[in-house]
Design a protein around this ligand. Structure first.
Ligand code: ZN
Length: 61
């Protein structure tokens, strides 16, 4: 869920928070909306590494 930060440190900064973010005992997962592209890149790198290791396994067999 896209929310807006209201802390002194980051007033008005947008972030994606978990649906349960700061709800009772809900989880504290969130990511800044302006850094989401970096996060996506990191996922792609992870994926590429996975594909690489899969190819390696295929070669071995
Ligand atoms: Zn969550």
């Amino acid at each position: 869920m896209l929310k807006v930060s209201r802390t002194k440190e980051n007033p008005g900064r947008r972030f994606w928070g978990c649906a349960n973010y700061q709800v009772k005992e809900g989880c504290n997962y969130f990511v800044w909306a302006d850094s989401i592209y970096e996060e996506e890149d990191a996922e792609k790198v992870k994926l590429r590494k996975k594909v690489g290791s899969l190819k390696l396994k295929v070669k071995e067999t």
